[in-house]
Ligand binder design. Sequence first.
Ligand code: SF4
Ligand code: SF4
Length: 390
Amino acid sequence: MGRLYAVEIVYRGIFQKTLAKNLSRAIVLAAHREGKPGISFGRYGDSPERNGIPAKNFAIVATDDLTLEEGMAQYEPKQVDVTIAVDDTLCKGVESWAWYGLQPINRLLKPGGTLIVTSHEEPSALVEMMHRKEHPYRLAIVKATPSFSGLWVYKDDHTDVRILGALAKLMPELFSLIALQEVIAAEWKDQLKATSALRAYERINTVDVQPTQGNPEKPYQFEFAKWHEMREGLAIPSIPRGEAVTDARSGQTGGYRPARNPTFKKFTTRTMRPVVDFDKCIKCTLCWLQCPDSCFDVMPDGMYDANMEACCGCGVCEAVCPEANCITMVNETEFRDNASQWELWRADKEGYARWVSDKIAARPERSHGFRFRGQYEQQVPGELAGARDA
Ligand code: SF4
Ligand code: SF4
């Protein structure tokens, strides 16, 4: 029996769909040039992709046809040699839409496998975000801003070939740099992209991550019910009513927290989160009314606290808030927990003001992707120059 290689690409639905497809397809094409058959496919979840929802593509490559056929006799790989995360906020965990709870980004990695992340963060910052793994693995960072685009347009900032160049270096048994250069010449016909792949190949390096490193939180676990354990018929529990919220400090009542799905952690969709400056809030209710995910808890003092377990980071609340700098969207990589901002503010208002001004220094671009014609023509040359200097 020959050898089977599996690569998964974890990406944000819609915004990075073409990027993920480019990666899985080029992996198979490059391996094929060296006599290794392969297949590239997207995983079917029990929901369509939605903006920002974590989704997956796979590239499976074998040393011969029979091994490939044998390896494909399953729904999706149970273990992978390489995981590619094309947005560093995915390191906090991923959940495709409402079907099996938050899962660690490194969940499928084999012992000694490699996790490639596009990020400007240092390895230590990413390791802190990722769940602990029972065995060591390698972390490699392709220095890049997460590349988001739209459904019908693609931001060709070379993230695809830079990741492929890094992969050629880290896993030469999958495909060589020469095979990759041939694929770039045939598919993209762009010498600049070939140069970007070469630069990434030359510069990539790895750090080892040990089982003692990372987020110690226990990931969500589940077991499929056996057929004889299943209930007769199908009953979908309705969402219960919410609960009253009381201020533990003053005893004041009158708050309200809507009930939420305890399993589906929508926050894995988030690449940025709202930071609320409660001292600026005029209690106009607009954020609470307009939030598409009912994320705001109404606090006993009439403030609105965006619940970070539920917020998917869409930015609507920032857009509708009438007070300047009252709600500011901030890069998700700046945070390590989902704690209540209102509780922080209540505990120490001066400290909270310092925390807010520190956090809002890290404001991302106010869009996940395409907004106007000519946008990428403006942005990409500068980004490519930055990538060359990195
Ligand atoms: S960013 Fe604001 S509006 Fe959007 S889901 Fe989060 S709290 Fe709601
Ligand atoms: S929209 Fe702004 S001012 Fe209005 S309640 Fe929300 S945070 Fe306060």
